[in-house]
Design a protein around this ligand. Structure first.
Ligand code: ADP
Ligand code: MG
Length: 396
């Protein structure tokens, strides 16, 4: 059996839903279970988020409201499939996706999900039916509706695939697969036919929103391949994400804005024993996670994603040295499993950055990514230049 997930853009309107029906019809012999996002993506989740930002909705009520989006779309898609002769059967995803009560980013309970998948999903598949359920949503053991957070429908697909030991998980979206860069930013981006799990996960972390990193984890553990396909081009090659795809020097470029850099300078302190530990303890205590780190003899710079809660962090860090906070930076990542073994990559990257102000740069020791921090308004330009260096002029 396989798990087939349709993103918001693939169920955006009647024509799109028609296409999904054709895709599922073409896969009936592989026993698909179908997961769908809300129509056109965020839908009610955006409304619920607006309410919660305004202080009118608690996380718990956010989930209750947002969940209607996936409930609605899954009912609609199931009904439509039946009209088209597919033996579809709607399932309430909340009966399957058991979670804790961390509303808006609930943690799935994998044992309970596996049991529910065995009891509710598998029998339907055995009878030749096509189970259809909403992604993103779940329920606590006390019966309260939850959501899995951003990228949640991909997560649902991956969890279900893992629970059922699926042969494959297919993520259907509005691009041909994982590309060498976000096609909305870089015009000449190209399809990557095969990519390693670790690279895909890294790309997702640094902005390639086509796939949420969490999507990967439950499937990775069991070695289930994840495919990304374009629902507008059902016969496209797509991208296959597996553990053991070949290691390339550079597979893709990703980037994201809204990054804040925090610098702590302390002339005498850095070499003092325990300085870095104290710096990171303060981040940890404030619940702020750190992405990129760079040190010099007298300072340490780190990037953070979430600018909220920085005030108390800065107050505490100020006890260690001079603190500065720079907002509106962007992070760009050049990702490739063999990047540090390839002697040409660094020169190419640096050459592409000629004339660009680079605030920080870091190459991970495991060699999977080269990241740099630039001014937020240079993000797209830097992505284009790096893409050009590695994929247009570079390795044709
Ligand atoms: P869905 O609604 O199907 O879940 P998403 O919006 O979550 O779709 O993901 C698809 C989008 O991801 C694409 O439209 C594309 O703009 C964006 N994206 C970012 N980086 C990449 C990349 N490297 N390859 C492909 N798509 C990317
Ligand atoms: Mg998505």
């Amino acid at each position: 059996m396989i798990v087939v997930k349709f993103g918001g853009t693939s169920v955006g309107d009647a024509e799109a839903i028609e296409r999904t029906a054709e895709i599922v019809k073409g896969r009936l012999d592989r026993q698909p279970a179908v997961i769908v996002s809300a129509l056109g993506g965020d839908e009610l989740a955006s409304l619920a988020e607006a309410l919660s930002v305004l202080g009118h909705a608690t996380p718990r009520s956010f989930d209750a409201i947002a969940a209607f989006g996936e409930q609605l779309s899954s009912h609609l898609v199931a009904a439509f499939f039946k009209l088209r002769g597919i033996p579809a059967e709607h399932l309430d995803a909340r009966d399957i996706f058991a979670t804790d009560d961390n509303f808006m980013a609930a943690e799935p309970q994998t044992d309970a999900i596996a049991e529910a998948a065995r009891d509710l999903v598998q029998p339907l598949i055995r009878e030749g039916k096509v189970p259809v359920m909403g992604g993103f949503i779940g329920r606590t053991s006390r019966g309260i509706t939850t959501t899995l957070g951003r990228g949640g429908s991909d997560y649902s697909a991956s969890l279900l695939g893992a629970a059922l030991h699926a042969e494959a998980i297919e993520i259907w979206t509005d691009v041909d697969g994982m590309l060498t860069a976000d096609p909305r930013v870089v015009k000449g981006s190209r399809l990557i036919e095969q990519i390693r799990f670790d690279e895909a996960s890294e790309l997702a972390t640094f902005g390639a929103k086509v796939l949420h990193p969490n999507t990967i984890a439950p499937a990775v553990r069991l070695g289930i391949p994840v495919y990304i396909y374009n629902s507008r081009k059902p016969n496209g090659k797509g991208t296959r994400i597996t553990f053991d795809a070949p290691r390339r020097a550079v597979s893709a470029i990703a980037g994201k804005g809204g990054i804040t850099v925090v610098k702590v300078g302390a002339a005498k302190m850095l070499f003092a024993r325990g300085f870095l530990r104290r710096v990171f303890e303060i981040f940890e205590k404030n619940g702020i996670s750190v992405d990129v780190v760079a040190t010099s003899e007298v300072s340490v710079s780190v990037t953070v994603d979430e600018p909220s809660g920085l005030e108390s962090l800065v107050v505490e860090l100020s006890q260690l040295g001079d603190v500065s906070v720079e907002r509106d930076r962007a992070i760009v990542a050049v990702v490739g499993a063999a990047i540090s073994e390839d002697t040409a990559s660094m020169g190419r990257a640096i050459g592409a950055l000629d004339g660009i102000k680079v605030h920080m740069m870091s190459l991970s020791a495991t060699g999977i990514n080269l990241t740099m921090i630039v001014d937020g308004d240079q993000l797209n330009q830097v992505m284009e230049r790096l893409h050009d260096a590695f994929f247009t002029r570079g390795s044709k």
